[in-house]
Ligand binder design. Structure first.
Ligand SMILES: Nc1ncnc2c1ncn2[C@@H]1O[C@H](COP(=O)(O)OP(=O)(O)O)[C@@H](O)[C@H]1O
Ligand SMILES: O=C(O)C1=C[C@@H](OP(=O)(O)O)[C@@H](O)[C@H](O)C1
Ligand SMILES: [Mg+2]
Length: 169
């Protein structure tokens, strides 16, 4: 049986890559809905992401994130999950089934420049792990799940949006 992909677009990439910022603009351009699953998690738990991570730990956060991401029901939507979504095979299988996965690719230096205080932003980082370690751990996972990769380095937000639109399939 040939399985048909859904008509959603899912943005993946490092924190600060612009999944949320470009996602909402992409949805406007396409006349689509926009879903930021970080906000779904916050609404569901009644807690800020950074507080879930700091108070309950990475594993609990990843479990909550997996459950939320794997149960997104959407049509004609742009979906912006958090950067750690790629740790869940189950969630990513779901995303690949309901839509086209777009990887917003950035060089490490750009990611480091964009991100401020990691704890304040709530990044899933193991004890002793640096941002550079995290970047190298995740790149193969973003590449593994991407249907489309868009290099957005050195682009302004509007230019990155245009490049994403040009690359849509
Ligand atoms: N070219 C760009 N593309 C996307 N975001 C950019 C760009 N340049 C600067 N920014 C800034 O980087 C941040 C991206 O954050 P966000 O959209 O929350 O990313 P993510 O959801 O991937 O973590 C925003 O503050 C945005 O204004
Ligand atoms: O990459 C990460 O570890 C995370 C990224 C965040 O989302 P953004 O990628 O939208 O910033 C959020 O899901 C959470 O704080 C963990
Ligand atoms: Mg985001």
């Amino acid at each position: 049986m040939i399985s048909q992909k859904g008509n959603n677009y899912i943005l993946i990439g490092m924190p600060g890559a612009g999944k949320s910022t470009i996602g909402v603009l992409l949805a406007k351009s396409l006349g689509a809905e926009f879903i930021d699953t970080d906000l779904v998690i916050q609404q569901k738990t009644g807690k800020l992401l950074k507080d879930i991570i700091s108070e309950e730990g990475n594993e609990t956060f990843k479990q909550i994130e997996e459950d939320v991401n794997a149960s997104v029901e959407a049509e004609n939507s742009v979906i912006a999950p958090g950067g750690s979504a790629i740790y869940s095979q189950r969630a990513m299988d779901h995303f690949k089934q309901i839509g086209t996965v777009i990887y917003l690719q950035l060089k490490f230096d750009t990611v480091a420049e964009r991100l401020g205080d990691l704890a304040d932003r709530g990044v899933v980082l193991d004890n002793g792990q640096t941002l550079c370690d995290l970047y190298h751990e995740r790149i193969p996972l973003y590449e593994k799940y991407a249907d489309i990769t868009v290099d957005t380095d050195d682009l302004k937000i509007g230019e990155a949006l245009e490049k994403v639109l040009e690359n849509l399939i």
